[in-house]
Design a protein around this ligand. Sequence first.
Ligand SMILES: Nc1ccn([C@@H]2O[C@@H]3COP(=O)(O)O[C@H]3[C@H]2O)c(=O)n1
Ligand SMILES: [Zn+2]
Ligand SMILES: [Zn+2]
Length: 237
Amino acid sequence: MLGTGSAFAKKYYNTNALIYCEDRTVMLDCGITAPLSLHQLGKTFNDIDALMISHIHADHIGGMEEFALQMKYIFKRKPALFIMETLIDTLWETSLQGGLKQDEFKSLDDYFEVHLLKENRSIQLLPGFNVKAIRTSHIPGKLSYSFLINETFFYSADMRFDAELLDTLVQQGCTTIFHDCQFTSPGAVHTTLDELKSLPEYIQKRVMLMHYDDNRVNYEGQTGTMTFVEQHHLYSF
Ligand SMILES: Nc1ccn([C@@H]2O[C@@H]3COP(=O)(O)O[C@H]3[C@H]2O)c(=O)n1
Ligand SMILES: [Zn+2]
Ligand SMILES: [Zn+2]
């Protein structure tokens, strides 16, 4: 995990991840803190084969300009970008083109090999890396996606509570759920700790908490059977 904190976390950085599958590395979201976190792990952007994006908020895409520029001018390689088609215009038009547009470079394709994700359909993006994008509710009027990886690992990114979805995923064989967790209620745009604690035991035991605020210490021991995902830890499934 490059980071496990919320959008405004300083201690735990933004919730972004590296996924290792076979000999490839996929970055899952690239927020403001991702470049520094990579550096602290002794890695560079050149260690990354592909980037996958959940939605357009700076804690998930704020490091993308640096990623794109380093790949073009330092490493001289075009990484893959796995993204829903519905996010592309917003990402380029309203977030990235201010820094990346220049005479000869006019779209995301000039910086990335763009591969489209499919909604509600698992597709193989790399050997041993199958992803189903699931549209989940986050901010009113804003598209946002969670990911089911290799049919067994669910990564919420940012979503409001959806007990029915979590139940369906577990019934269908999902063994591990990394879920965003806001400590205080109500959870206007995220899922709260109280909501996650209301889940039945058979779901809760699969849930690990991420995207939390810097005051996590106040909630340790109060998370039911759920534990915290830790920054800079490697999890194997
Ligand atoms: N309607 C909104 C929109 C945004 N926010 C806060 O801004 C953050 C953006 O990144 P995030 O991780 O989605 O968390 C959002 C809220 O903290 C919020 O609290 N309410
Ligand atoms: Zn976020
Ligand atoms: Zn968000």
